[in-house]
Design a protein around this ligand. Structure first.
Ligand code: HEM
Length: 178
């Protein structure tokens, strides 16, 4: 007797999530690449931040504790290791929530509120994501195939869309209070 149950319950790996547009195949690629990239979160995060500050020196101006410090000192500082840890665990929280869009959106909204207080705009998030993507490509080498690169572009677009909307809402409520 034919049994179709297992077939019926099979996940369509290319069916976009209605909330994020990400497919199960893209989510798998994001989880597996991030798992490798984040195996040593603090040193990896430090290397990422140094790359960020070299590529986008303006990004360092948001980190008041590094004001006037040469990059060689910043690289060795415990504060940078703390930022690196925060950032890497922040990304892990998002990647872990890919299957729970409601949670993912809440994480990103909270992140946006915290960064909006520091006057960090969506354009800066976009620039930082650009550096993150090239950093992941260079770090993961052949593990970051074209499909994974596209998945990272897709997820950072989703994050940026949520950040932008949240900033718009925050600015509206700030103007209402004036
Ligand atoms: C996916 C993107 C990002 C993640 C996951 C992330 C994560 C975090 C986390 C978890 C914290 C600590 C908690 C808090 O104080 O809010 C933090 C703080 C901070 N982030 Fe981000 N961040 C991101 C993007 C950015 C961008 C685009 C900038 C701008 C260059 C930035 C600059 C900062 C600064 C200046 C702090 C405060 C550091 C301090 O003085 O303690 N972050 N970030």
């Amino acid at each position: 007797m034919a049994c179709f149950t297992s077939c019926d319950s099979r996940i369509d790996m290319d069916e976009p999530d209605p909330s994020t547009g990400l497919t199960p195949r893209q989510k798998d690629a994001l989880r597996s690449t991030w798992k490798v990239a984040s195996v040593n979160p603090v040193p990896t995060g430090v290397t990422f931040f140094i790359r960020l500050f070299k590529t986008l020196p303006a990004a360092m101006s948001y980190f008041k504790t590094f004001d006037g410090m040469p990059l060689s000192e910043v690289e060795k500082s415990g504060k940078l290791r703390a930022h690196a840890s925060n950032f890497m665990h922040g990304v892990t929280g998002m990647i872990d929530s890919l299957d729970d869009a409601e949670c993912l959106v809440s994480i990103i909204q909270k992140l946006t509120i915290n960064h909006h207080r520091r006057n960090i705009k969506p354009e800066t998030f976009q620039a930082v994501f650009g550096v993150l993507l090239t950093f992941l490509e260079d770090t993961l080498e052949s593990k970051m195939d074209q499909f994974s690169k596209n998945a990272w572009e897709a997820v950072t677009s989703v994050i940026l869309r949520i950040v932008t909307k949240e900033v718009e809402d925050l600015e509206i409520s700030e103007n209402d209070c004036k």
